[in-house]
Design a protein around this ligand. Structure first.
Ligand SMILES: NC(=O)c1ccc[n+]([C@@H]2O[C@H](COP(=O)([O-])OP(=O)(O)OC[C@H]3O[C@@H](n4cnc5c(N)ncnc54)[C@H](O)[C@@H]3O)[C@@H](O)[C@H]2O)c1
Length: 415
């Protein structure tokens, strides 16, 4: 995200840079950028200035899509005409959705909440955590964007945090710390995801569910089993957020090949850990050629990018800001889909029939009811390297899926 706040009364605020995938045109992999740049002299929006003077939108930036831009425009204009800057109600965009973040006080949760607070498609932002969420909500609530921020602390407030919610994002859990085994991490996060998804099943069973808590190769199957046992499983609405792999792939490929970042679109399939992450470099748009060494180097870098961040932070945590950015992009895509945009494509980890594995990350089309189509063409015409990598990842991904399923079978949910 980039913002430039001028010292004069004229302010330019431009948001982010990413792309969404367009099915139109000659190729399914054609990328398309949506976004906006707001040239404000004095309007009440992210800039915090007063009265509308100009708002122009260009398709060159942001995970905020064209629907969002239209909603923002709508939200700003009537507000300014009324010259009433005190009532938040007058700032509601035409389309408005409720989003809950579970684990909102964490390293990912906080910047993610901030980015969601910037979305004009959101009318209410529910922040839930077991501790420290009151301050986060108070802080965020001072941002003069349309959504209302509510805080919910502890298990007794979990149900209320989920009532009427359209999208639930779950970054709750622990990140791996020194001395912790993978099994320790699995057991803690598996229990957290199980408990939270039980509450989702009871309070907002129709919501889109975005799972961020690792290991998502297992926590998504856990969520699916919980929802099944609760009798409310809709596989089209359960998503493992693997967007960070795509964000990283796009960035690293653009750097390597000297491409304009906004144009680059690399599908990433498989799972979301180590070798299960498979960037399909041969499907890069715009089309780019890679030497064998480049393929190897880029693939390994994308697979191990999390470690790059952990090492750079030197004990102070793992990827939180880039993860929040990626998760916010996925939330925005979901909201645009819910709002009727028929042009929403993302890679994510879902129940799938694309391979013999019951869960698999791939590019999908998202609509009002969740996953509308799986883009199978991405797996056709793979290079020999990609074919081999695809076969190599399957046993590990299969084991992770089975581990998640058997975790829930060993401790079934309360009916
Ligand atoms: N999907 C991805 O690409 C990706 C990337 C990075 C990290 N992660 C995962 O995201 C998770 C969170 O990472 P982080 O860096 O924000 O960790 P963090 O420790 O900074 O934050 C986790 C938050 O979850 C809260 N929490 C713990 N138990 C809870 C419960 N039962 N209910 C609600 N909230 C609870 C904690 O209080 C804390 O605020 C980890 O599992 C991490 O591995 C996923």
């Amino acid at each position: 995200m980039g913002s430039r706040m001028a010292a004069t009364s004229a302010t330019t605020f431009s948001i982010g840079s990413t792309m969404s995938f367009s099915p139109k045109g000659s190729s399914l992999s054609q990328s398309k950028a949506f976004g906006m740049r707001l040239n404000t002299r004095s309007f009440l929006s992210f800039s915090g200035l007063k009265g509308v003077s100009s708002i122009s939108c260009e398709s060159e930036s942001s995970f905020l899509g064209k629907e969002s831009t239209a909603a923002l425009r709508h939200s700003v204009k009537p507000k300014a005409q009324k010259q009433n800057r005190r009532s938040w109600n007058n700032l509601q965009p035409q389309a408005s959705y409720k989003v809950a973040v579970l684990g909102a006080a964490g390293g990912i949760g906080q910047p993610l909440a901030l980015l969601i607070k910037m979305s004009p498609l959101v009318s209410a932002l529910h922040l839930y955590d077991i501790a420290n969420v009151k301050g986060v909500a108070a802080d965020l609530s001072h941002c003069n964007t349309p959504s209302q921020v509510l805080d919910f602390t502890g298990a007794s407030e979990l149900a209320n945090s989920l009532k009427g919610v359209n999208v639930v994002v779950i970054p709750a859990g622990v990140a791996r710390k020194p001395g912790m085994t993978r099994d320790d991490l699995f057991n803690i996060n598996a229990n957290i995801v199980k408990t939270l998804v039980e509450a989702v099943a009871e309070n907002c069973p129709d919501a889109f569910i975005h799972i961020i808590s690792n290991p998502i190769n297992s926590t998504v199957p856990i969520a699916a089993e919980v929802l099944k046992q609760k009798g409310v499983y809709d596989p089209k609405k359960l998503f493992g957020v693997s967007t960070l792999d795509v964000v990283r792939a796009n960035t690293f490929v653009a750097q390597k090949k000297n491409l304009k970042l906004i144009d680059v679109d690399v599908p990433v399939v498989g799972g979301h850990a180590g070798i299960t992450i498979l960037p399909l470099l041969s499907k890069t748009k715009p089309s780019a050629s890679f030497t064998d060494e480049e393929v190897q180097e880029l693939t390994v870098r994308i697979q191990n990018a999390g470690t790059e961040v952990v090492e750079a932070k030197a004990g102070a945590g793992s990827a939180t800001l880039s993860m929040a950015y990626a998760a916010a992009r996925f939330v925005e895509s979901s909201l645009r889909a819910l709002d009727g945009d028929s042009d929403v494509y993302e890679c994510c980890y879902i129940q799938s029939e694309l391979t013999e594995l019951p869960f698999f990350a791939s590019r999908v089309k998202i609509g009002r009811k969740g996953v509308e189509a799986v883009i199978s063409s991405d797996l056709q015409g793979l290079t020999e390297y990609e074919e081999k990598a695809l076969e190599a990842l399957k046993p590990e991904l299969k084991a992770s899926i089975e581990k998640g399923i058997s975790f829930v079978h060993k401790q079934p949910v309360a009916a």
